[in-house]
Design a protein around this ligand. Sequence first.
Ligand code: 4NP
Length: 152
Amino acid sequence: MPAILFVCLGNICRSPMAEGVMNQLLRQNNIQNQVIDSAATLANHVGERPFSKTIAVCEKYGVKLNHFARKIQESDYQEFDFIFTMDNRIHKTVISLKPESCKSQIFLFREFDPLHNGDLETPDPYFGDIDDFENVYQICLRTCNEIIHKFL
Ligand code: 4NP
């Protein structure tokens, strides 16, 4: 089973939401023992639980989040088969931190959103309202479903 890592800036909004949605979809599809995790490119929120609005939207859909924010580290590039990045800036950072020996295939997450309409960025909701978090949830749902059908 391929191991999957989602990466955003703070690891308190977009990537833990993608992790939670993916875990729920895997359970619904009876796929077990899949390694799913998320990480930040910034250290600012390391050790924190997901942001309050992330938790609120996830609770609305019965998605449980058991994550504490952490920063991406060198070993992730060996341990994860896929790394999905949330926007262009994060993608560039993740590529720039890539060690010579790298097992991971690295993609922009929304490449697999069937409704991306050419916009491959998952918008940063941190300073937005609950509707912005709802929008990220819908992106995560569509995109994680597609990733399951394409890769798992
Ligand atoms: P995330 O959102 O990258 O989706 O977790 C953010 C969280 C924190 C900050 C920016 C974006 N920040 O600037 O602290």
